[in-house]
Design a protein around this ligand. Sequence first.
Ligand code: PBG
Length: 323
Amino acid sequence: MQRRPRRNRKSQAIRNMVEETRLSVKDFIFPMFLIDGINQKIEVASMPGIYRYSLDLMLKEIEECVNLGIMAFDIFPAYPESKKDKFATESYQSDTFYLKAIHKIKTTFPEIVVMTDVAMDPYSSDGHDGLVENGKILNDETLEILGKMSLAQAQAGADILGPSDMMDGRVGFIRNVLDENGYTDVSIMSYTAKYASAFYGPFRDALDSAPKSGDKKTYQMDSANYHEAMIEADLDTEEGADFLMVKPALAYLDVIRLLKDNSNLPIAAYNVSGEYAMIKASAERGWLDGERAMLESLLSIKRAGANVILSYFAKEFALLNKG
Ligand code: PBG
């Protein structure tokens, strides 16, 4: 036998040398859930180890993460029903707790990357990402609202906006609003290929943001589709996106690879709430080694071509990496 691939696997030291993919704490964006109030830290039932924080405690948590080397955070707000309406009006009130918190976080930690979410669902009494009329999601009317929300988030100090709504034309629309108002430096990480997925369930629990009726299939992509992701990627690129994102990650590793191979933009992947919950739930039952399953799935996302990974495992990974 001339070739024996096992030679390159014979010790940990050799395996370390030939390893093709390496995870780093720099790869991560840590998604966090914000609630109004003080001294609040409430675990999300379906996401053990993940909490909804009031701003004071979130600042402490961010500081801990920064000390572990995590430098990017995606903040999602959870609003009470009383603040929601059909038009997501709360989303662009300058004194709303989310925008005030973004400002405070950014001024407390000027060196970190603060990403915000652009979509109507946390503020919408219909629980949809767009404006609902007679059971239909209106595209162009939604853009106006997303534009106001984006400008308000930029004014609050966000470094990166993450439009997660999947309306057509929203990246270009938001880019124009930002530029016309002097926010040419604010980046857009577009949820480019965001699929209508069962894996968002725990996130909707965390934010109480599930649709009140219907589903998100008229705007989020069909899981069956692969080539369609390139239509979205081409449009987002033309419209000025700075990053393209695939979401969820694990059931769509082929789509991550597709975008990586066909775009020169950095590719992000969102390791979503359900992917986190699956590993945590089976680890709690002793059915999987949670730590190894976490590392293997994060590695697979990077190996598929992701430059940036949004993951609820970010802190756990950073802690492991330190220790
Ligand atoms: C909504 C939004 C969702 C997520 C991020 N932004 C849920 C949805 O589209 O219903 C999901 C994140 C996760 O599951 O971790 N704009």
